[in-house]
Design a protein around this ligand. Structure first.
Ligand SMILES: *[C@@H]1O[C@H](CO)[C@@H](O)[C@H](O)[C@H]1NC(C)=O
Ligand SMILES: *[C@@H]1O[C@H](CO)[C@@H](O)[C@H](O)[C@H]1NC(C)=O
Ligand SMILES: *[C@@H]1O[C@H](CO)[C@@H](O)[C@H](O)[C@H]1NC(C)=O
Ligand SMILES: *[C@@H]1O[C@H](CO)[C@@H](O)[C@H](O)[C@H]1NC(C)=O
Length: 530
């Protein structure tokens, strides 16, 4: 929808809460590219390869990178992001990845353009190819590779027994080929080949066209360090994000969470995922806090280049001249240009006449509300390995609440059909499968069938149009709101933010596709290790 419009219109329109349109050409802007790469995998990742054979494998992926960097540059792109694991693949052991490793010098200590000085450091063929790609196309290149770094066990307590760190590493090259940033992934996702760095790294780089960018990788997006610190403490508003993400609906499809992060954090996210549909990996996009273009193709077997002109968001780069005209982005808050934040959120809605303001406040004021939550209709179902408590939607409009501990989720809805089964669910607890992290989640989901146990199942489709307002009594400030329409149609709320009383809410009316998921995905980072 918006993506199609952007292409035909030829310039970017930022749609701010549907009330005010701002043209990006009125602002400083730049052209960004991400490439979803159909990775050519090593079929036997657990078998050690000689460096020569590893380079032959790598070459097949890098040739595609070279074509795509050139194609992006021809379309005016100033920066291109390639996916995680896209050069070497995945499922290596610590030993079997050896042939793929290169030492990446710290750009804070060494200024090096590998394309210009290829012989300065040994065994750096990948760095040289990437550097020349950046230099020849005059484009910033962000790529992910496997690196090694020698360490000394007598002085470094964290140094692994084999005397070297092996890192999942993002490297950034400036448009003349110089290495300008190096980031070691903090939150590994069962990657036996790699070590996490002993301390999390807060890596940024500066471009002449858009100021500062922050860097992190894949699973990092679900954790405080370094993502939230970059955004909240360091003021980063533009992120490059290589990923190799396995989709999991109804809450964690790749583009669904990329959209939610960019919107919640108030950042531009340049997200490049692998295309490996046999492993459920697809979903890349260029996301501003207001708009996006995405690629999600679960049946595809080819790569996809996305290019988009986006506004510069680095406040330091923009300077003061444009400040007044620009939206103020406050991460994990509500932001807009039209001062909706100063309105009372409940009143900002024109609800169908059958809803009254008192409905919105129902349960917030009523002390008996929690008892209503134990209605006989309540059931449990496993959603993405978590035991959610849910209550079904009945009729074509209603007002529901469901609680778990201190978290109460409240939904006002009106819908076009009643033949699809929907439920409002809550989960407040530690997620322990494929990663350990503490969640506070309110989710309105389209169940895949008519049975309770089908709530939490995976579907990309729905035909029921739903107008809704969803809020929750979160104890965390870090809530990622997401709205997913049928056919992976990504939406952002009409309104969202904190209300008095510490409730976070989103609302959306008038969607043109059926509702698959509306979520408030809260992360309680501080309880992860309890
Ligand atoms: C990686 O390993 C897992 C677990 O053994 C397996 O299920 C998956 O198919 C493997 N993927 C690749 C690309 O080798
Ligand atoms: C190469 O790019 C870097 C980073 O943008 C810059 O600091 C450096 O001056 C450039 N070098 C040359 C030779 O242009
Ligand atoms: C927006 O609200 C803030 C605080 O309520 C106020 O200071 C500011 O003047 C308002 N801006 C506009 C354009 O109304
Ligand atoms: C989910 O929680 C409910 C209520 O605590 C419990 O009765 C049920 O056995 C749990 N389901 C699973 C699969 O653990």
């Amino acid at each position: 929808m918006s993506a199609r419009f952007l292409r035909t219109a030829g310039f970017v329109l930022l749609c701010l809460t549907g009330l005010q349109l701002i043209r990006a050409e009125d602002y400083l802007s730049y052209v960004a590219a991400v490439y979803e790469h159909r990775v050519l995998l090593n079929p036997e990742p657990r078998v050690l390869l000689e460096r020569r054979s590893a380079l032959e494998h790598i070459d097949r992926n890098l040739r595609v990178f070279e074509e795509q960097a050139a194609a992006a540059a021809r379309q005016g792109a100033q920066i291109i992001v390639f996916p995680e694991d896209a050069i070497h693949g995945f499922n290596y052991t610590r030993a079997s990845i050896a042939g793929y490793l290169e030492t990446v010098p710290d750009p804070n200590e060494v200024t090096w353009c590998p394309c210009a000085e290829p012989d300065r450091f040994p065994d750096t063929e990948v760095l040289q190819r990437l550097s020349c790609m950046a230099h020849e196309n005059r484009i910033f290149v962000v790529a992910n590779m496997a690196s090694r770094q020698s360490c000394d066990r007598s002085t470094d307590l964290h140094c692994p027994v084999d005397g070297r760190y092996q890192f999942n590493t993002n490297v950034v090259f400036s448009d003349n080929g110089t290495i300008v940033a190096r980031y070691h992934k903090q939150n590994l996702y069962f990657e036996a080949a790699f070590d996490a760095p002993p301390k999390s790294e807060y890596v940024t780089f500066t471009t002449p066209f858009a100021g500062r960018f922050g860097v992190f990788t894949c699973f990092d997006i679900l954790f405080r360090e370094p993502a939230v610190t970059l955004v909240k403490d360091m003021g980063i508003r533009q992120i490059v994000y290589p990923t190799a993400w396995m989709n999991q609906l109804p809450l964690l499809a790749a583009v669904q969470f990329q959209r939610a992060f960019s919107h919640a954090a108030g950042v531009t996210l340049l997200a490049a995922n692998i295309q490996a549909s046999e492993y459920g990996m697809t979903g890349s996009g260029i996301f501003t806090p207001w708009d996006s273009i995405v690629h999600h193709d679960t049946e595809g077997n080819s790569g996809k280049l996305l290019v988009l002109r986006v506004p510069v968001l680095d406040p330091a780069f923009i300077g003061k001249s444009l400040d007044n005209a620009r939206p103020t982005l406050v991460p994990f808050s509500v932001y807009s240009t039209n001062n909706l934040s100063s309105e009372e959120p409940g009143k900002a809605h024109v609800w169908p006449t059958s809803y009254k303001q008192s409905d919105v406040e129902y349960c917030h004021k009523d002390p008996e509300c929690k008892e209503n939550a134990d209605s006989p209709l309540t059931f449990t179902s496993i959603m993405m390995y978590d035991n959610f408590t849910l209550v079904p939607l009945q009729g074509n409009k209603g007002n529901l609440i469901i609680c778990s501990g201190s978290l109460c989720c409240h939904l006002l809805f009106q819908r076009s059909h009643t033949d699809e089964f929907y439920a409002l669910g809550v989960f407040n607890g530690l997620h322990v499968v494929h990663g350990t992290y503490y969640l506070e989640v309110c989710a309105l989901v389209r169940c895949t069938g008519l049975h309770h146990s089908s709530c939490g199942g995976e579907t990309e489709y729905a035909h029921t149009l739903v107008d809704f307002r969803l809020d929750g009594t979160f104890s965390t400030l870090h809530v990622f709101p997401g709205i997913l329409g049928s056919g992976m149609n990504l939406e952002i709320p009409d309104h969202s933010g904190w209300e008095s009383g510490g409730r976070f809410y989103i609302s959306r009316r008038g969607m043109t596709t059926g509702l698959v998921t509306a979520m408030l995905y809260g992360r309680l980072y501080e309880k992860d290790d309890v």
